[in-house]
Design a protein around this ligand. Structure first.
Ligand code: GTP
Ligand code: MG
Length: 360
């Protein structure tokens, strides 16, 4: 007969992205902390707060980082910050030493006080138990109000579009950990840095944007500089998310899979690594305009090593969140963005295969 030979057509893009979005949701959901884990962590926070109050009665212990911003994975560490509301208080160094002694005496934690670190902290860990099969790791710092505020900013971004933002961020956190490019101590990028890259992409790269710029929206009523500034940094942002959701809707209807594919393509090909600074506050800036380019200081080599990848902190604008990323680190990270982009371009028959390969 004349019928054409059977041909295996490649899976359509439409089917692949629908399938991949579903896989991403399913994948991320099983990595979320269990309610038990969250309850144990809250108990630990309360216990520690009670103990700290025996040293500083007017103190509060607040959680920040992933436990507080909605980007927490199972068994992620706990970041705690102690705020002291009285005028006369001990120095962070003394507090760290005293708290270290107290916790060593009164609790089962392994305790490591670092009173002379640039930012003094107490590091704690707890061995595995039935409620916490992988134990717990926790850092307690002092008076780190900027970290509490940037945590709140990230949380607000997550709340605007929980499905797309949280799925993307959580996936990138797992992916970057599995691919071993999430270690500032080894020259790659912190989770905080990856989260900022995602938000930058959703606010400033996508057109139409998936998220508004919360730091540039007009306030509902005038606010004095006193109320917007902390240690000289402008920490104001639009934080009435209920109201925002009534008034602002994204015109962008892309699925999480489409956004992820585009994210990897953007950071493997298009982002201007040599000259650009990703700023969620102000969009794409130039290294030059921030004094972050290579040839500016006498200490040429050092400055260049520190500013290979530039991500502006949303509030501490003179601070490069990616300052730990080395030449090799950036090479590896970009290589991983390219690898991910390539895997997703091939569109295997089943999206789950792509996902497994991405994270292997
Ligand atoms: P995992 O611990 O990997 O689950 O991620 P995380 O979301 O807790 O992020 P990470 O541990 O990288 O950072 C925790 C918090 O510390 C962030 O939410 C910030 O508030 C703060 N932080 C971390 N790195 C920096 C930094 O370089 N600059 C500033 N200002 N804050 C930082
Ligand atoms: Mg953390």
């Amino acid at each position: 007969s004349n019928s054409p030979p059977m041909q295996r057509r490649p899976i359509t893009k439409q089917r692949f992205v629908a399938d991949l979005s579903q896989c991403l949701f399913d994948f991320v959901i099983q990595l979320l902390p269990t309610p038990e884990e969250m309850a144990v962590k809250e108990d630990v926070r309360k216990l520690l707060e009670r103990l700290i109050r025996t040293i500083e009665p007017d103190s509060r212990l607040l959680s920040f980082g992933s436990t507080a911003n909605g980007f927490s994975l199972r068994n992620s560490d706990m970041d705690l910050c102690c705020l002291i509301d009285s005028e006369e208080r001990l120095s962070a160094t003394d507090l760290v030493t005293m708290l270290g002694d107290l916790l060593e005496r009164e609790t089962k934690f392994h305790v490591k006080p670092l009173p002379h670190a640039r930012i003094p902290i107490v590091k704690l860990s707890l061995d595995p138990s039935p409620g916490l099969p992988l134990g717990i790791a926790c850092d307690i710092g002092f008076e780190n109000r900027l970290a509490l505020e940037n945590t709140r900013l990230l949380m607000c971004y997550a709340m605007i579009d929980p499905t797309r933002v949280r799925t993307m961020v959580l996936f990138l956190k797992v992916w970057s950990k599995r691919r071993k490019i999430n270690s500032p101590y080894k020259g790659t990028l912190s989770s905080y840095g990856y989260v900022l890259l995602v938000i930058y992409f959703l606010v400033h790269v996508k057109n139409p944007p998936v998220l508004p710029n919360l730091q540039q929206m007009p306030p509902l009523r005038p606010i004095s500089t006193e109320d917007t500034h902390l240690n000289g940094h402008n920490i104001w942002f639009f934080d009435d998310i209920d109201l925002l959701r009534q008034r602002w809707h994204s015109e962008n209807t892309e699925t999480v899979a489409e956004l992820l594919i585009d994210f990897f393509r953007y950071y493997s090909r298009d982002f201007l690594y040599n000259t650009g600074v990703a700023s969620i506050r102000a969009g794409l800036l130039k290294k030059e305009s921030k004094g972050w380019q290579s040839e500016v200081t006498g200490n040429r080599y050092d400055s260049r090593e520190r500013n290979r990848l530039c991500i502006e902190d949303p509030f501490e604008t003179d601070f490069n969140v990616a300052r730990c990323v080395t030449k090799d680190g950036l090479y590896t990270i970009r290589g991983e963005f390219m690898r991910a982009s390539r895997i997703l371009q091939t569109r295997p028959e089943r999206a789950i295969v792509a996902l497994a390969e991405l994270c292997e």
